[in-house]
Design a binder for this molecule. Structure first.
Ligand code: PMP
Length: 408
């Protein structure tokens, strides 16, 4: 029997056995006592994983990351409001389109593929804006922004700050309370380590207040005000109904969040988690360098830790992911329209980072596929370069200081 291929795309990802087990079995009622307990624990743990304050409100709603984005776009911004989008790729463009459909006046602050726009340009655009939106890691370019700096710029101009963490949450450093970010939205199928199906949003007090002052309410199914009593009810053990939650995914959510937070108090657990992803990314970068592959992000400081977006080498076409798949590892093709045919992407986030042999297998599969195309590559050296970093002690395992949890 063929071994199951290793899933190394930037979501959905490999999940833990405990999560698979928690997702098995007959679907629970949305009012079952066990389900309510799991829901309450998951909501509490979301605040910890998001490093959010006690006054922040987590929302768990059936849907994908796109729905979480739409919740943010429609609960915070009225038609006619100015919204700034820091554009670092295809998902930022999606957010801008959602905001335009909401009737907002959208200012996009764009950068060439692989770059982040300068902060001064963002600050200029933020003047008079109701909200600033940015994609923490844009999965189409592998570019990571600095949410701390962007949240500060937004706050300086009295604008709300909203971050799409779909490809970042629970992997890239994010301190929602300390940085004063207003919304951090995500989805279940990436670094959080679940199957797809849950939109996960944490809204701070200013964001909740902003919803209350809207002149044009959001679509009913996305409305913070409709979901608030439901989330508060689950957390207090007194559930109410608005729309049926994805009950099969609630226990897995509790399990996955508990795995992320295991073994230390939340700040330390999250710092270690961010450091783990930084170290994994450093190892992959070392391997790519040996294999002669170039990252789409122009500089290391804007390169995501959750995935590598890579240019295809000269003479290698977009069938490379298929050849890597033949070697038992599933990676993704290019996504951003400007570089779709010239790039491919390897995800490296979540539970799989605890399996160095799976990471080494990924490097070997990429290297082997390149060798098959006639490139002179030293696959063993690439695996060795990565492994040396993956075996190094974790760097910077505290939160609260700039530059902690960075790549070694
Ligand atoms: N934002 C980012 C950064 C993403 O990577 C994705 C999914 N790849 C989305 C939003 C949309 O999420 P979904 O596909 O779950 O709707």
């Amino acid at each position: 029997m063929n071994e199951r291929p290793l899933l190394m795309i930037p979501g959905p990802i490999e999940v833990s056995d405990a999560v698979v087990e928690a997702a098995a079995g007959p679907p629970p009622s949305h009012l079952a006592a066990d389900l309510v307990a799991d829901f309450a624990a998951a909501l509490r743990d979301m605040r910890h994983v998001w490093l959010a304050g006690p006054d922040a409100q987590p929302f768990v709603v059936a849907g994908s990351g796109t729905l979480a984005m739409e919740m943010a776009a429609t609960n915070l911004v009225d038609p006619g409001d100015v919204a700034v989008v820091v554009s670092t790729g295809w998902f930022s463009d999606r957010m801008a389109e959602m905001l335009r459909r909401r009737g907002a006046q959208v200012t996009e602050v764009r950068a060439p593929v692989g770059e982040v726009p300068p902060l001064e340009r963002v600050a200029e655009a933020a003047r008079g804006a109701r909200a600033l939106f940015a994609t923490h890691v844009d999965t189409s370019t592998g570019v990571r922004v600095d949410p701390q700096a962007l949240a500060a710029v937004a706050a300086e101009h009295g604008a709300l700050s909203v971050f799409d963490g779909v490809c970042a949450t629970a992997a890239e450093r994010f301190e929602m309370a300390a940085w004063g970010a207003d919304v951090y939205l995500s989805a279940s199928q990436k670094a959080i380590g679940l199957p797809a199906g849950l939109a996960l949003v944490v809204a701070g007090p200013r964001a909740l207040a902003a919803r209350q002052t809207l002149r044009t309410p959001p679509p009913l199914s996305l409305d913070f005000e409709q979901w608030l009593p439901v989330m508060r009810g689950y957390e207090a053990g007194t559930p109410t109904y608005f729309a049926t939650p994805a009950t099969t995914l609630v226990r897995p959510l509790r399990v996955a969040l508990a795995e992320i937070l295991a073994g230390a108090e939340p700040a330390a657990a999250m710092a270690a988690r961010f450091a783990l992803h930084a170290r994994a990314a450093a190892g992959f970068r070392a391997a790519w360098e040996v294999l002669g592959l170039r990252l789409v992000p122009r500089t290391a400081d804007v390169a995501a830790h959750t995935l590598s977006a890579l240019y295809l080498p000269d003479g290698v076409d977009a069938t490379l992911p298929g050849a890597i798949r033949e070697r038992g590892v599933v990676v993704a093709g290019g996504l951003h329209p400007e570089i779709r045919a010239r790039s491919f992407r390897v995800g490296h986030m979540g539970h799989v980072l605890n399996r160095p042999e799976a990471l080494a297998r990924t490097v070997a599969a990429v290297g082997g596929a390149l060798a098959d195309r006639g490139l002179q590559v030293d696959v063993e050296a690439a695996v060795a370069a990565a492994s040396a970093l993956w075996e190094a002690p974790l760097q910077g395992t505290t939160v609260g200081g700039r530059g902690s949890a960075e790549a070694p």
